[in-house]
Ligand binder design. Structure first.
Ligand code: PNS
Length: 161
């Protein structure tokens, strides 16, 4: 069984994430989509809200499991018996950050390999940060987040205004 983990903040999940999850789920037998804590980010959505949105957006994928983990990525991968970590790359800037993270993770857990998926061009401009910023100013994020979670994102920001 080839088990992989697709980790991230998912604050919130985007169309780019879903595209990558669908592609990775086609390669691995089981794909764990896991919310982990990024020490450089403060969450806009609660972990429960993010879990809900990921589950809704991935409900068509039978071999995808969704969870959250409070700790190191490599410890999470080992706890889930995952030998692979999948991360997306949109740009050279992403690559520099991701290479550093992959090498750090490799130094902590040499048996856990990181695999990079190149983002499809139509999603290369999408990020959770862009979704948060546009939504916070009342802009339309319909093209950026999965249709199935759009209303939740809109409601979250409508309540803040
Ligand atoms: O979606 P993000 O914010 O780019 O995801 C980054 C994330 C959450 C995967 C990363 O910050 C992470 O792995 N956090 C868990 C703590 C950890 O293992 N840090 C060491 C990585 S070098």
């Amino acid at each position: 069984m080839r088990t992989a983990i697709y980790p991230g903040s998912f604050d919130p999940i985007t169309r780019g994430h879903v595209d990558q999850i669908e592609r990775a789920a086609g390669v691995f037998d089981t794909l764990h989509v896991v919310i982990l804590h990024n020490v450089n980010k403060t969450g806009a959505f609660s972990v429960e809200e993010r879990l809900d949105m990921i589950r809704i957006a991935c409900s068509h994928l039978a071999n995808v499991q969704v969870s959250a983990y409070d700790g190191l990525l490599v410890d999470c991968a080992q706890a889930l018996q995952a030998s692979a970590v999948v991360r997306g790359l949109r740009s050279v800037a992403d690559f520099e950050y991701e290479l550093h993270m992959a090498q750090l993770n490799r130094s902590l857990a040499p048996k856990v390999d990181t695999f990079f998926l190149m983002t499809a061009p139509e999603y290369a401009h999408i990020s959770s940060g862009a979704v948060r910023e546009i939504a916070a100013f009342g802009g339309d994020v319909a093209a950026l987040v999965p249709q199935s979670v759009l209303q939740r994102v809109r409601t979250h920001y409508a309540q803040k205004q």
